[in-house]
Design a protein around this ligand. Structure first.
Ligand SMILES: Nc1ncnc2c1ncn2[C@@H]1O[C@H](COP(=O)(O)OP(=O)(O)OP(=O)(O)O)[C@@H](O)[C@H]1O
Length: 586
């Protein structure tokens, strides 16, 4: 059964329908309403599950643009016109026919064949009617033929209106047309529902938006849809959406969102002139969950600092590796720049066109590997860095080997480890079969103590970075202060140097870091370092007398013993009186 609502713009039409035998496949309701009034009825019918609306003239056109179920027009037929021409036959006065071009065309032909003297007036917009009627009135017309609006307006200006009514032929034609439209609409809706069902069943969260960031289509739950609506106003996401549209390229985005960390893939969709963007939610992790696999996006070029032979070699290696797809095994102490080198290779090779994933093997679970597998199937090209590969359990190493059998060759794999591969193999921290499978090129990073000539370059690099990032005022370092820093061993390598420079740039009051600043900060550092991974004990700044050194040591032990002089004296191997004297001799 076709459930249809017939909106009759004039009462006579509703009456005519009552006298007809409605086709059996129609469940028809008829209501009388014109123009705006009809929109309300049509919307209500749409919500109540009606299949289609049947109406006439301007009312049908107006309803059509306001609802999404089909609207079938009762067209004006030749019979309808013949009826109205017959009605006005014998009229003494000049008759005007007003209508849109499609109606006037037929009326004109009929008028010519029957040799009537009806004057035709074509309108292009409904609001032309009033002005036209006023002019006709001035020209002494008395009768006007037209549709509902024309007839109502004619009566208002004092003309006699004749409505072109719809006869039963036109109404039956409309039922035929409604049946065709219904069948066609059923087929299209079936397809659309099928596509929506497919979208809903895809095991990935997808949202399609238009250029105005309105959601057109999604398979998200309404709760997630609420979050995405809020997220679409985020500046970073907005910039990436614009770029995806502008460059017509896929983009990967990682961002912090509320209490979590989110990874997205954006893909442009062009449909003729309409531009849309698809958003694929790759992963969401709460901030309190450790994130073993993370995607790094929006990278910028970072220079490789230093002019030592070693630094020059790093730059050459980065150039070479970014031109190959060889897997790479970078070993080296904590903070020697392994990650910085790996990221530079990716950036030199792909910039931001393909994603970089980092898997922290120290905190990963075996299901992170299946997530990784899904990712490389989506990305096809890019880099995966395995951080702390030396911490990976033998079981996970075996899973990784299995996984590498299926990895696309276009993805470069970089492994970072504290120890060199031979000693890892010797101590059975890494499986020979893993090394054989990945067959990498090896590279070992040097600790800062073996490349001291680079320290000055790193210091000025870090100072300029803090100046631009945090507005710190220090612009340089005095030669004597630099000397102190270059003589240190830097067990925490670049991480320790960077941290110390950060503190110095905050501590120093002038544009240049002075020797005293270095001594102060290093002393504070030494005090704090008890728990530090690179703790090397008590620091005594150069240039102190024996007495001054003794004072520093006494202060340090006193602090450690929470000002208890008896325990301090005992630890220092002196009696309490000597300690008291030394403290008061300062
Ligand atoms: N060539 C370089 N130029 C500028 N900064 C660098 C360079 N190499 C490393 N750094 C900086 O030094 C710090 C430590 O570098 P990175 O994290 O790459 O070391 P790592 O060897 O991977 O450390 P870990 O063993 O802890 O993973 C980082 O802040 C990094 O930005």
């Amino acid at each position: 059964m076709i459930k249809a609502l017939l909106i009759a713009p004039y009462n006579g039409l509703a009456q005519a329908i009552k006298q007809l035998d409605i086709p059996e496949d129609f469940e028809l309701e008829t209501k009388v309403a014109n123009l705006e009034e009809a929109i309300y009825l049509a919307k209500e019918a749409e919500n109540q599950g009606y299949d289609l609306i049947i109406s006439r003239g301007g009312t049908a056109s107006l309803v059509e643009v306001n609802i999404s179920i089909p609207v079938v027009h009762i067209d004006i037929t030749g019979y309808d016109m013949l009826r109205v021409f017959t009605l006005i036959q014998g009229a003494q006065n000049t008759v005007a026919f007003i209508g849109f071009e499609n109606i006037c065309r037929g009326a004109r032909t009929l008028n010519d064949i029957l040799d009537y003297d009806v004057k035709m007036f074509t309108i292009h917009q409904r609001d032309e009617v009033r002005l036209l009627l006023n002019n006709l009135k001035k020209e002494n017309y008395e009768i006007v033929i037209g549709d509902v609006v024309t007839v109502e307006e004619a009566q208002k200006v004092g003309l006699r209106g004749f409505l072109i009514t719809s006869g039963k032929e036109a109404i039956f034609d409309a039922f035929d047309e409604a049946r065709r439209t219904y069948n066609m609409f059923q087929k299209v809706s079936y397809k659309t529902n099928q596509y929506l069902q497919i979208l809903k069943s895809i095991p990935a969260d997808i949202v399609i938006i238009n250029q105005q960031h309105n959601i057109l289509l999604t398979n998200l739950s309404s709760e997630k849809e609420r979050i995405i609506n809020k997220m679409l106003r985020d500046k970073k996401l907005d910039e990436n959406i614009r770029e995806a549209l502008l460059l017509n390229k896929k983009r990967w985005v990682s961002m912090n969102w509320e209490d979590g960390y989110l990874e997205l893939q954006l893909f442009p969709i062009a449909d003729g002139n309409t531009k849309m963007v698809g958003i694929h939610f790759c992963s969401y992790k709460r901030q309190d969950e450790p994130v073993a696999l993370r995607m790094i996006t929006n990278m910028t070029h970072r220079p490789i600092i230093g002019n030592s032979a070693y630094s020059k070699n790093i730059k050459r290696k980065i150039d070479a590796f970014s031109n190959t797809n060889d897997n790479l095994f970078i070993s080296g102490e904590y903070g020697t720049g392994k990650m910085a080198i790996a990221q530079s290779i990716h950036f030199q090779k792909f910039e931001n066109n393909y994603p970089l994933f980092v898997l922290n093997c120290e905190i990963m679970h075996s299901n992170d590997l299946s997530i990784l597998k899904d990712r490389w199937n989506t990305i096809q090209k890019g880099t995966i860095i395995f951080e702390h590969i030396d911490s990976l359990s033998a079981t996970n190493q075996k899973l990784l080997i299995e996984l590498f059998h299926q990895s696309p060759e276009s993805i470069q794999l970089i492994f970072l480890s504290k120890s060199k591969a031979p000693s890892l193999l010797e101590e059975k921290h890494i499986l020979l079969s893993l090394i054989e499978k990945i067959d990498p090129v090896f590279f070992h990073t040097q600790p800062l103590r073996n490349r001291k000539e680079d320290i000055e370059a790193f210091i000025s690099y870090y100072l300029s970075q803090f100046h631009t990032e945090f507005g710190n005022e220090s612009l340089g370092i005095r030669p004597d202060a630099l000397k102190i820093l270059t003589h240190l061993e830097w067990p925490g390598n670049l991480v320790e140097l960077k941290k110390t420079m950060r503190e110095l740039s905050i501590h120093a009051v002038g544009y240049y870091i002075e020797t005293e600043d270095v001594n102060d900060v290093l002393n504070e550092e030494t005090m704090k370092k008890e728990d530090s991974p690179y703790d090397k004990g008590f620091y005594i700044p150069p240039g102190l007398t024996l007495e001054e050194m003794e004072q520093k040591m006494i202060q340090k032990v006193l602090e450690e013993e929470q000002d208890n002089q008896t325990r301090t004296a005992k630890r220092l191997g002196m009696n309490r009186t000597t300690l008291w004297r030394k403290l008061n001799d300062k």
